[in-house]
Design a protein around this ligand. Structure first.
Ligand SMILES: Nc1ncnc2c1ncn2[C@@H]1O[C@H](COP(=O)(O)O)[C@@H](OP(=O)(O)O)[C@H]1O
Ligand SMILES: [Mg+2]
Length: 254
């Protein structure tokens, strides 16, 4: 772990370094002997404070939207906004040795996600737009759909039945998107609630890796909005998008 980013770090490399550095901090917090709510709170706080300090030092002119910070609406007037989830999958973080939790760091610039990194410290891996991951050909005969471990949406049962597939439950939006990148699953479909920080960095990485991303109605995922509630998404192998969106258009997600 480098104590400072590479001298010539561009936004992609900086995003990856920030996610990795916060991930190391979270692994330290996990060793402090805390449990349950205390461990969750300590992790959220430590990763948030570190990311805020490092962004202030390395990108002082940019705005930041963090799950754990106050939403400073000055971001709506800025060209560049970092959208971070210091600890996504807080529940799973508090259940060692689970590794389905992540650090999300994305950069939004003038309407688009332009860089992103998802660290999975429990795996010792960082997935980022600095070196976009290559998605291997699917090893599944039946499509595997990643769903929330703690609140799996009811509509996915019908979807997997139509696709002839199966659900794979795990924590963290980042870990689920990355499970598609890693060929552990073929799609992640979610509805019913989420915020911009839950999906911004994973979606940036997924797009760089050539995956399909959209809202469940097929419209684009849009970031740095006044209201940061962004309750649903589809991330999948491109060849599955038509069938998934057609099912959702016909049956909805209620
Ligand atoms: N219905 C809902 N409303 C608000 N946030 C939700 C949600 N369902 C999932 N999320 C958020 O999305 C992330 C992944 O959830 P899950 O593991 O259930 O798939 C979690 O982020 P955090 O861990 O950062 O809070 C969780 O809070
Ligand atoms: Mg989150």
């Amino acid at each position: 772990m480098q104590p400072t980013p590479p001298a010539d770090a561009d936004d992609h490399v900086l995003a990856a370094w920030l996610a990795e550095t916060a991930g190391h901090r979270l692994l330290e917090v996990r060793q402090e002997g805390l449990e349950g709510r205390e461990l969750k709170d300590a992790g959220d706080r430590a990763a948030h404070e570190l990311l805020m300090e490092l962004l202030e030092r390395h990108r002082p002119d940019d705005a930041v939207l963090s799950e754990e910070g106050k939403d400073d609406k000055v971001r709506l007037e800025r060209d560049r906004v970092w959208i971070v989830d210091p600890l996504d999958g807080t529940r799973e973080f508090s259940e060692p040795p689970r590794d389905d939790w992540a650090v999300h760091v994305a950069l939004w610039e003038r309407g688009e996600l332009v860089a992103g990194a998802v660290a999975q410290p429990g795996l010792g891996q960082v997935f980022s737009t600095a070196e976009p991951p290559v998605v291997p050909p699917s090893t599944a005969e039946r499509p595997r759909i990643a769903v929330s471990r703690s609140r799996p949406p009811a509509f996915t049962d019908g979807l997997v039945a139509v696709l002839g597939g199966e659900t794979v439950a795990m924590g963290s939006a980042g870990a689920k998107v990355i499970s598609v990148v890693r060929d552990l699953t073929d799609a992640y479909v979610h509805a019913g609630g989420q915020y911009e920080w839950d999906s911004a960095a994973p979606v940036a990485v997924a797009r760089a890796a050539g995956l399909f991303t959209s809202r469940v109605d097929g419209s684009p995922l849009v970031y740095n909005q006044d209201d940061v509630y962004l309750p649903d998404l589809v991330v999948c192998r491109p060849e599955l998008s038509e069938r998934i969106l057609a099912y959702l258009a016909e049956h909805g997600t209620d």
